[in-house]
Design a protein around this ligand. Structure first.
Ligand code: 6PG
Length: 632
């Protein structure tokens, strides 16, 4: 839509300037007061209480007309002008495309306006002039009639919705660190955006306006702390991104939003929401024909600002409505591919983000285990370990997490000593790691690397117990040295097992829930922007279509066949130290279990049958037949 002029008309004292200024702020455009185009002689006449004639008004109206024509190629503008008669309105808009003019006629009774004028100071119009204005006034034939006898906010909302002008492309709710970064990313990519943050007395006041003023790219955004106004500002079908905390806050905001939305609108939850909550919300909103997309977003603050990895799930129709925005703001990998794609139906988007975080937990713990060996078994300084990680990071071992770890290890506190040595070892979590582990149990897929990484955090929280136990169980301080290359190979091997578990979990869940998730698409999405992005993911992507299984990937097969001996030796050496290496140990065990044709669980079956008559199957007969033995 091209530029427009919004002309606010009405008798003196009806509030043209007040409404014009408020509307200008709301629409983020400029307001011009038509009175400033009066020749001096007109102002003097009016101040003296002498009504203007048509002849007096003529130069004034043509000056405004010329001004509008000059400005229209450059901006959409608001101008206030009494334009009391139809003739004046025509003069004002001479040679201007009628489609580019929006008339807003402020309407109020003589009494209401008269009393307002009595309160007004510093204006050349006296209250007595009002009668003459009412005498001249001709009721407009067209345009929007707006009753001034209501609150200014309501007047503005009525005008904005009536104008259907300056509606934004998309809205974002929740202006925390991630929400603000995402809003800036969206605006930078050329989309117009409305931003909303709730109002909480004393703690969250005028947040959206403040955020808008802080960042140049949000200069054209429309800020709100009134949800209804926020929704009104959006073009239809409305597209609303939620960046609020997962859980109850998402339900609360949906409950408030729903009555204001229409069929065909779409809400996109960008938080770390549990996929089952997403599916429940999808089902509830579907009854109202409102789309609900659960989009996992990874990359932290930096990613949200410059390009996160985005995992949207839900109906294809809902996704199609916001596809252009999501694709534009997502990260690009080194080959220029967009790290965003439709994952599948239902809660599949949030499911894969959850598993991403499970993999993330184990990747982080693996680095921590390698670090603790080098730091305490080999007594290396953080800065020297950083040098090793830096070296590893340059090759196939490279990953975002290794890169940031090396930076962390080089970071010194104000006293010049490594900050890492002063950080408490009690680790927090926000739930996605435990959801991954619990869901793996629900669908029956082993994820020991992720579970051990999660449990390592839980163990860390038993601080008082650990302090007490160390007094009774002396620490073995013997130094253990492992070659750096063997350590790297073991680290890579464990990472392969971790990724293998995550992808198998996604495959099983996809089959159970009918999501049809394509792991190849996931590997692409995770190749940039997200926290687990790494060179290993690129290696796995290579030729993925042929085997679709990390254990069957030539890289895994080659690594295991060439280096299993060193890897086992490394893990056994680590086991001799007094430190715990739960993820490293579990990965080797996972591998061994998975490559064992006949495991030891036949004994479990026999025991189950012994005490509970749970039956077992035989390998020397029909494998479908159940057997029970009277063991005593
Ligand atoms: C991401 C991160 C992000 C967040 C984790 C942290 O992909 O951008 O995973 O989602 O940092 O939720 O989770 P914990 O607090 O549980 O470690």
């Amino acid at each position: 839509m091209g530029n427009r002029v919004i002309v606010i008309t009405g008798v003196c004292g009806c509030g043209k300037t007040t409404v014009g200024l408020a509307l200008a702020e709301r629409l983020n455009i400029r307001f011009y007061d038509g009175d400033r185009f009066h020749p001096e002689a007109n102002i003097e006449k009016m101040a003296a209480g002498i009504p203007l004639t048509d002849l007096d008004r003529q130069p004034w109206l043509s000056a405004i007309n010329a001004f509008i024509k000059e400005r229209l190629p450059h901006e959409t503008l608001i101008i206030a002008c009494s334009a009391l008669r139809e003739k004046y309105r025509m003069e004002l808009s001479t040679s201007i495309d009628p489609a580019a003019v929006s008339w807003i006629h402020l309407q109020g009774s003589y009494d209401v306006i008269y009393h307002r004028m009595l309160e007004r100071k510093d204006h050349f119009m006296s209250a007595e002039m009002l009668r003459s204005q009412f005498d001249v006034y001709e009721h407009p034939k067209s345009g929007m009639m707006v009753n001034i006898d209501q609150h200014i906010d309501q007047i503005i909302e009525n005008i904005v919705s009536g104008l259907a002008l300056n509606k934004t492309d998309i809205g974002l709710i929740g202006l925390g660190v991630m929400g603000t970064s995402l809003a800036r990313n969206i605006a930078r990519n050329g989309f117009t955006i409305s931003i909303f943050n709730r109002h909480v007395d004393g703690t969250e006041e005028g947040v959206a306006k403040k955020i808008k003023s802080l960042y140049p790219e949000l200069q054209a955004s429309q800020p709100f702390d009134n949800l209804e106004q926020f929704v009104t500002s959006l073009s239809a079908p409305r597209k609303i991104l939620l960046m609020v905390n997962a859980g109850q806050p998402v339900d609360d905001i949906i409950r408030q939003l729903t009555p204001m939305l229409k069929a065909g609108d779409v809400i996109v939850d960008c938080g770390n929401t549990h996929f089952k909550d997403t599916e429940r919300r999808q089902n509830e909103l579907q009854k109202k024909n409102i789309h609900f997309v659960g989009a996992g977003i990874s990359g932290g603050e930096e990613g949200a600002l410059n390009g996160p990895s985005i995992m949207p799930g839900g109906s294809m129709q809902g996704f199609a409505l916001i596809e252009d925005v999501l694709m534009a703001i997502a990260a690009r990998n080194t080959s220029g591919e967009v790290c965003c794609d439709h994952i599948g139906d239902g809660g599949s988007g949030h499911f894969v983000k959850m598993v991403h975080n499970g993999i993330e937990y184990a990747e982080m713990q693996l680095i921590a285990e390698v670090y603790s060996h080098l730091r305490y078994n080999q007594q290396m300084a953080p800065v020297d370990i950083a040098a090793i990680f830096d070296e590893w990071n340059r090759g196939e071992t490279g990953s975002y997490l290794l890169d940031i770890t090396k930076n962390i290890l080089r970071f010194n506190d104000t006293d010049g000593k490594p900050l890492i040595d002063k950080i408490s070892d009690v680790a927090g979590n926000k739930g996605t790691g435990s959801w991954t582990t619990m869901t793996a149990c629900e669908v029956g897929v082993p994820v020991p690397a992720m579970a051990e990484a999660l449990f390592a955090r839980y163990v860390s929280s038993f601080k008082a117990d650990r302090d007490m136990y160390t007094k009774h169980y002396p620490q073995d301080k013997s130094s253990i040295s492992i070659g750096t290359e063997n350590l790297r190979l073991t680290f890579m091997f464990c990472r392969l097992m971790n990724h293998c578990q995550g992808i198998k979990l996604i495959g099983q869940a996809s089959a159970i829930f009918g999501w049809n998730i394509d792991a190849a698409v996931l590997l692409k999405i995770w190749s940039g922007g997200c926290i687990i992005r790494s060179n290993l993911l690129s290696i796995l992507r290579d030729g993925w279509a042929e085997h679709q299984d990390v254990m069957m990937h030539p890289y895994t097969i080659n690594l295991a066949n060439a280096h299993l001996r060193e890897i086992k030796a490394t893990v056994s050496q680590l086991a001799l130290s007094s430190l715990a290496f739960p993820v490293i140990s579990s990965c080797l065990d996972y591998y061994k279990s998975m490559v064992t044709r006949r495991g030891n669980t036949y004994l479990i079956q026999a025991q189950r049958d012994y005490f509970g008559a749970h039956t077992y199957r035989r390998i020397d007969g029909n494998p479908e037949v159940s057997h029970h033995t009277k063991w005593m």
